[in-house]
Design a protein around this ligand. Sequence first.
Ligand code: SPV
Ligand code: MG
Length: 433
Amino acid sequence: MKKVYVGIIADLVHAGHIKILKEAAKYGEVTVGLFTLKACGELNDIPYLDYNKRKEVLENLSMIKNIIPQDSASYKDNLLKIQPDFVIHGDDWQFGYQKKYRTEVLELLRQWNGKLIEVPYSHDINEIKVKENIKKLGITSTARQSRLKKLLKAKKVLKILEVHNALSGLIVENASEVLEDGEIVTFDGMWSSSLTDSTSKGKPDIEAVDTTARLTTINEIFEVTTKPLIYDADTGGKPEHFEFTVKTLERVGVSAVIIEDKTGLKKNSLFGTEVEQTQDTIENFCYKIRSGKKVQITDDFMIIARIESLILDKGMEDALKRAFAYIDAGADGIMIHSRKKDPTEIINFVKGFREKDKNTPIVVVPTSFNTVTIDEFSEMGVNVVIYANHMLRAAYPGMMKVAKSILKHKRSLEAEPDCMSIKAILELIPGTK
Ligand code: SPV
Ligand code: MG
């Protein structure tokens, strides 16, 4: 009996999968390499169903003899183990990002005279289309909430962008870029920034916009998006108040809350020592973290502790000491902040932290140290990179420029090149017509 290998994600099994598996069974005994969460993450395709659920479906298909995990988007490990006579795949990987995996498969098969059989891609039904349609239906709060932890398991580093209203939420939801090697990159989730939510409401970033008002923004964003959201809860308030915030955020489907270890009147961290700011004691802040963890209902929600020691010139030793204390108190992740342009102190923190703790997620907000790329952060051992204010900072100058132009020219003609066309805005939101 000839050996046949098929690597698949099989999140939502449809006629296209059946076609490939039927074709595979014609050539011999079929082993399916079922993509693990890590392998899916490498293709930026995070499945709705976990590995065992997907396996359960495939186990009931008569065309399949064995199912084994494929732990990387590369087929190398499994192919070397099995040395199949045939590999079956849709012909869609001849172009774009997956081409490199195809080339590797062809090189490997050559070693034992194996053959690659390519089945024409099902353009009428395929996983991308099915997932796009599901996305249009929206998402439940529990599914959205659990997505952040899933993404953290699947990918080495997550890209998060700031949102302050539904329209900026739609940008995070839909923005994508095709890189030179064909990889399609998108944002993994949203950041509800205290700075930009307050600013867009015309208020200072001093916890003056209360949780109810912040939640109104989030509800509007959640109406039109499906990606997970990390909430900037400033200091978290008093521990007794923070308990209510955690419950509320969890109920609406927020995935994580970040609280910073400051106390008293909070000012934005990027002011640094220009303004009076007080750091909380380790004991008090640990108590606040514990209070939040105590009332949390699901396993999926995360409380991330933000350390302000570098912002307040308290030194690296203090920052690291606090990080380990906060994790002991139950924090699910650490955000380390810095207002320096030079990333050295961030690099040193991550190094020092990773020497003792290999797994706890580290979050950074590179507003000041903006020369560092996502890939460099990933290499360092950072797990979440938040671009914390860029949507609002981009919008305001554009609006101000147009306002001034109308005043100056006493008409809007001259401002037109700085505005999107009426046609474009009418068609921006689907269903407008
Ligand atoms: C925010 O976006 O509100 C933050 C990040 O807390 S920072 O502005 O850098 O403090
Ligand atoms: Mg903030």
